[in-house]
Write a protein that binds this ligand. Structure first.
Ligand code: TNX
Length: 524
């Protein structure tokens, strides 16, 4: 496909740059035909993360100043326009206006929704010339992603009366539909402000799903009105014995709305039938012996199970799923299903079958951890790979797969032995490791068309603050974002690490507490 050709050239240009990067003041061959003296703007064009599907450099720059106008041709793209104005307004005092753009716009950034389907539901086309910037997409989401690209083309810090964007034509769309992050708010609880911060940071790299691991042995974190003790009792602690916490339904709806304005869909997880000690401590009747368990603050797994043979268990699941479905606009509810070591195989099978029926009855589709692929899957159920090759069984049943290989994509793994936070049961995983894998060849029998997307889970046994979260996510999450978004062709660590180095000042400007991996020559 010709549109990938320029992207391939850019990868190659990056390699060339690497080869000459020890020389001061270099010429960057941004385009194979046209050699261009490196300006900061041209340089930014060669440093985008995730790399767009197609980039070609033009001539000159577009200069943004206080006179530049941001014009939106429809109300619908307000979130994209707002995201751009949020960056440009503090420096230049300009706001987005919704109005018809003139036929020959000058000194304008024009965002518009166009008909057709060549760009897909999340793609965009960005044309930057010295006269104007036009950003076109078929959807508001596509326009939002185009704005994320535009932001990376600006200087990391806006200073002075103007800023330059490099002339360019970028046509872009994602490789995978599902590009996720998972935050475990059960082992340690994180409040709505922390969750919003994660949403802001992930959206900047075009990630579009936030999977919230809402329940586990150590805590139940979402208010369920029909079972109030889940939170009055079950939320009251966390790993290490801290005070825990939970989201009220209003909090959760606020998170969902905040995410939606950034084109992030919330995927809530109720982990079942194992990882349920907090529920089992809240209600005695959920235990096969009728006895409520003690709250748990350790980090063992596999000791708890809902009682698959009792009717009350399914009344409980039905209530939880009904309330959760009512406050979740997205299509998916995650039902867990991992490490149910205290559930018999027969009970596990029975339980996962029943829960999938309940999820369908409330109009949603289920996602389950890979162990679930050993049981019959309902039509539309998605399986999340993390450790074994069960995903192949899912594909044989016609299911799509989300890839979260623990040794690469589990961002709770330590970068190296010296990392103060994190675990290492799947090995250590530095920035290079987490970038260096290819979805379509990860699991034999699971090919490109079987893959719904990729997700980076962040388990929180050792994480207590937003600074801890940022340190484990960054910079590795950017590499996962690129794996999920960019064409596979030409992807290579030696080229990527040069682009990543240029993002040091951008991460600093966003006040991200990132790990300065020594394999990257971070720019200041
Ligand atoms: C495995 S991965 C788990 C979690 C732990 C994680 C720690 C998975 C589906 N289950 O319960 O938190 O390892 O890395």
């Amino acid at each position: 496909m010709p549109k990938y050709r320029t992207a391939r050239r850019l990868w190659f240009a990056g390699l060339l740059l690497l080869a000459v990067s020890s020389v001061e003041s270099i010429t960057v061959p941004v385009n194979a035909q046209e050699q261009q003296t490196e300006t900061p703007a041209a340089r930014a064009l060669a440093r985008l993360i995730p790399m767009p599907a197609s980039v070609s450099a033009g001539e000159g720059v577009f200069t943004i100043s206080g006179e530049t106008r941001i014009v939106l041709d429809q109300m619908e793209i307000t979130p994209a326009g707002q995201a751009l104005a949020d960056v440009l307004n503090p420096a230049f005092g300009i706001q987005a206006e919704t109005t018809m753009a003139p036929p020959d716009p000058q000194n304008m950034i024009v965002l518009s929704i166009i008909g057709g389907e060549t760009l897909g539901s999340e793609g965009y086309r960005l044309n930057i010339t010295p006269e104007r910037v036009t950003l076109e997409a078929h959807t508001a989401a596509g326009a939002f992603y185009g704005v994320q690209t535009l932001k990376q083309l600006l200087p990391a810090k806006l200073e002075g009366a103007s800023a330059e964007l490099p002339a360019a034509e970028i046509t872009d769309r994602p490789r995978f539909a599902y590009r996720g992050v998972m935050l475990d708010v059960a082992r340690h609880f994180f409040g709505t402000a922390d969750v919003k911060r994660v949403i802001d940071l992930m959206a900047a790299y075009k990630l579009n799903r936030l999977h919230l691991h809402l329940t586990d042995d150590q805590g139940w974190r979402i208010e369920i009105e029909s079972w109030p003790a889940l939170t009055t009792i079950g939320s009251q602690t966390e790993v290490g014995g801290g005070e825990g916490g939970y989201y009220t339904q209003a909090d959760y709806r606020e998170i969902v709305a905040y995410a939606a304005a950034r084109y992030v869909e919330i995927v809530p997880e109720i982990d079942m039938p194992g990882h349920t000690n907090a529920a089992l401590a809240s209600y005695g009747e959920l235990n096969c012996d009728g006895q409520a368990r003690q709250l748990y603050t350790g980090t063992e797994v596999g000791f708890s199970s809902l009682c698959a043979g009792e009717e009350v268990t399914y009344d409980f699941v039905d209530d939880v799923v009904r309330e959760l479905a009512a406050m979740t606009p997205g299509a998916y509810l995650h039902i867990g299903g991992d490490e149910s070591k205290s559930t018999t195989d027969e009970d596990y099978r029975l339980f996962m079958g029943q829960v999938q029926r309940i999820v369908a009855a409330h109009g949603k589709q289920a996602i389950g951890w890979e162990e679930m692929a050993q049981t019959p899957l309902a039509a539309g159920t998605v399986v999340q790979h993390w450790f074994s090759d069960f995903a192949r069984g899912a594909v044989e049943q016609g299911a799509k797969v989300i890839l979260s290989p623990a040794s690469k994509a589990y961002l709770d793994m330590k970068y190296d032995e010296a990392t103060p936070l994190g675990l290492s049961w799947a090995g250590t995983s530095d920035t290079r490791d987490s970038y260096s894998w290819e979805p379509a060849t990860l699991i034999a029998g699971v090919g490109e068309s079987d893959i719904y997307g990729v997700e980076a889970p962040l388990w929180s046994e050792t994480l207590e603050t937003i600074e801890d979260i940022e340190y484990m996510l960054f910079p590795r999450l950017m590499g996962i974002a690129e794996i999920g978004w960019s064409p596979a062709e030409g992807r290579a660590w030696d080229e990527y690490k040069v682009r990543l180095a240029a993002h040091g000042p951008r991460l600093t400007a966003m006040d991200v507490n990132f790990y300065r991996d020594a394999a990257v020559a971070w720019e200041e």
